[in-house]
Ligand binder design. Sequence first.
Ligand code: 13P
Length: 347
Amino acid sequence: MTDLVAIARSLFVDGKGILAADESVHTATERLAEHGISTSAEMRRQYRDLFIGTKGIEDYLSGIILFSETLLEKGNDKKLFSKSLAARGIAAGIKVDLGTEPFPESPRELITQGLLDLPERLVEYKKQGAEFTKWRAVATIEGDRLPSNTALHENAKRLASYAKESQAAGLVPIVESEVLYEGKHGRARTKAVVEESLEVLFSMLNEYAVDRASVILKTSMVLSGEKSGKKDTPEEVAEDTISALLKVVPKQIAGIVFLSGGQTPDQATENLAAIVQQAKKVGTPWPLSFSYARALQDEALSIWKGKEENVSAAREAFLSRLEKVSVACKAKVLADNCIISTFPVYS
Ligand code: 13P
């Protein structure tokens, strides 16, 4: 097994997942503002410390994705964040895309930027302690018109080019293909778009000769749009998500993690539990886990409000959500006779 495959597999230990703590300066500013917190570089560092500095996270997290700024910073314990993660057996990851911009050929869609100086940046991130990377592409649903074929292809091409560069630099790539939850579309339309975007993505990864065994897919769950007026049951989400993934995702990849995408923490937890149960029931070739930002952070942020006196209560809320998501990820509640042991877990 190559080092990259070993790192990719180590992120899928039973019951553990990945915290996405890689909000750009712009997104972190928005996130904190939603909770009445005004931003500065020091406030962003404290925001990261709130989560990374929580004792016991190593019971639930195999990795944390950081933003470039954080990789160079120290926590309140005066240790580099990357070093304090390594000491607890948590792999440090890094967001390497430089965000999205309107796609010139179809301006209501978004295209991800950041390929230009990527090889040089990857070398630096590796020196700074990163073991894996993430690049996020998004697909917008608008009736049957969007996403356009050209936007899906261009985003997939950039994801594949990034994944190839990341592997060449000795870093495990997480290819994130997010189908946005915003919109009035139904679940069937989301399913079709998830299938189409992943089909295009995997054919592009093939074209770029990306090694599948050390690639991790980060994907959306198959949900009805936020403004559809429909509330999907966890069983409906689970059936459609697993059926879409089984149709288009090659069996050789290292594993699949889900983003929370704007779901409430409870919704993201319940849907994950149902998805993992469904995976065990039908038998899937890849391990599944979580890589949430909002669903893991929101409750803690609303308690913290940027105040020192709220740190311990906020950390308790964070740990409590982590524990619930971890239980969901193990799908312990499933009746024994439904479990099929072909669901792989690396240990
Ligand atoms: P959410 O879980 O908030 O969707 O974030 C995941 C992520 O990494 C987005 O890039």
